[in-house]
Design a protein around this ligand. Structure first.
Ligand code: HAM
Length: 438
């Protein structure tokens, strides 16, 4: 046999037996966002490298160390998106969406690419669900986007996800803070990693989220932005807290949250779990009031968040929250002989037109092997179709759970099968209603 090729380190396959879980979480997240007025956008997987350098920021770990950047055959520098906000802002500007009624609310499910050291909950290709709310300056918008994530976690039945919030101020109040930070880091400049030495003058806030343990230690005693925010930023932050309180969403103020991307202003937040290991941040986001303007658009205070779907799934499994069951095929038609195979193809196609998942033999197998296959697929019903059944125009539908057989007329198969399925659903309901009475 030829040598097989394995998947790239830090990437994951979703297997046929698991994909229903992904479909469920994506559908639930999109539905939850739609309750708040969000509509899906789909943006390209690669963009001009410049887009991420300018928005995510060229002193961030993401841009300096983690981007998948390459020249295409035309010599253009392209980058696989490391996140969804930059592409969404580009899309907003390119299509003039900011001319529509504000706020413009967009959500997405997308794959992202970061060259990070793979470990549990940290991948090189991962998936995000995110929302972006463009043109909403008030603190009620901050509280509302947090509510979207909170609501989604509640719909999944998740518990113990802690919301941590902070304010990292605006460019005006931040200038004073950056000076205080520089002063702090200058004292230990020699111990900083090479990347952080370069960040000291240009963007000392980035040292706060450096992954090197020594930089982390030095950062632990650094001054906190929350102690430097101006009156307007403080009033905004108080507004966010009041609205979260009113919505019954609990949180802690964590002054060490700064987020790893450059575009944030004022509110930043993370939803964190302790149940999935070191990579416990399931969702992160915040306000980015200056980004749209910096990217060449109008002044448009905006905000959003993204959650990592692999981490969300890990948490759901860790907490054992129920997933809706994967849909089982309703009927497996077992053809015996050439004529029956042709008839089976016809009947299955009729059943599928009515919404039934109807399967049949594609391998020329005998009765026993087909029944074994049907059992493995966990089908609800089987129907054996041989020459006798074809000439009589009748066959038996067997309920695989109870063994009960019901005769059906083949020329009326779809309708009669529908009746069988409905009757058994009613029987099951009666059983559970009777159970209720006990
Ligand atoms: P982020 O914090 O870089 O923010 O990523 C958001 C979430 O994506 C994280 O909380 C985590 O759950 C997941 N994530 C990040 N990196 C990885 C990885 N290597 N492997 C697995 N999961 C990962 C953003 O991306 C911002 N664009 C969020 C945002 C939207 N802010 C405003 N709007």
């Amino acid at each position: 046999m030829a040598k097989t090729i394995s998947a790239i380190r830090g990437t994951q396959d979703v297997l046929p037996g698991e994909s229903y879980q992904w479909q469920y979480i994506e559908k639930t997240l999109l539905e939850t966002a739609s309750l708040y007025g969000y509509k899906e956008v789909r943006v390209p997987v690669f963009e001009q490298t410049d887009l991420f350098q300018r928005s995510v920021g060229d002193t961030t770990d993401v841009v300096q160390k983690e981007m998948y950047t390459f020249d295409d055959k035309g010599g253009r520098s392209l980058t696989l998106r490391p996140e969804g906000t930059a592409g969404s802002v580009r899309c907003l500007l390119e299509h003039g969406l900011y001319n529509e009624a504000l706020p413009v609310k967009a959500c997405y499910v997308l794959s992202c690419y970061r060259y990070e050291k793979p470990q549990a909950g940290r991948l090189r290709e991962f998936h995000q669900f995110g929302i972006e709310c463009f043109g909403a300056p008030e603190s009620s918008a901050d509280a509302e986007i947090i509510a979207v994530a909170h609501h989604a976690f509640e719909r999944f039945g998740l518990k113990n996800i802690h919301l941590e919030i902070n304010s990292i101020g605006c460019p005006e109040c931040r200038a004073k803070y950056l000076e205080a930070l520089r002063e702090h880091f200058r004292k230990s400049e020699a111990d900083l990693c090479e990347t952080c030495k370069g960040r000291l003058e240009r963007n000392p806030m980035r040292i706060l989220d450096c992954k090197s343990p020594i930089c982390g230690e030095i950062a632990a005693t650094a001054p906190k932005m929350i102690d430097y925010i101006c009156d307007d930023c403080r009033a905004h932050f108080e507004g966010v807290k009041t609205k979260l309180d009113a919505m019954g969403i609990s949180y802690t103020v964590n002054p060490t949250i700064v987020r790893g991307l450059d575009y944030y202003t004022r509110t930043v937040f993370e939803f964190v779990s302790t149940e999935i290991g070191a990579q416990g941040t399931v969702c992160g986001g915040g306000r980015y009031d200056g980004l749209v303007e910096e990217m060449g658009g109008p002044h448009l205070p905006s905000l959003g968040f993204a959650m990592g779907l692999e981490r969300l799934l890990m948490l759901m499994k860790a907490q054992g929250v129920p997933f809706p069951e994967d849909k089982k095929p309703e009927l497996y038609v077992v053809p015996m002989g050439d004529a029956a195979q042709i008839a089976a193809a016809k009947y299955c196609e009729q059943l599928r037109r009515e919404g039934f998942a109807a399967l049949t033999d594609l391998n020329g197998r005998g009765l026993k092997a087909q029944m074994k296959y049907a059992n493995k697929l966990n089908v609800g019903y089987t129907l054996v179709l041989g020459d006798d059944e074809l000439s009589a125009g009748k066959a038996n539908v067997k309920n695989m759970a109870t063994g009960e057989q019901t005769q059906v007329a083949l020329d009326n198969l779809t309708e009669e099968f529908y009746k069988i399925v409905m009757e058994s659903a009613f029987d099951a309901m009666e059983v559970s209603v009777n159970d209720l009475g006990k």
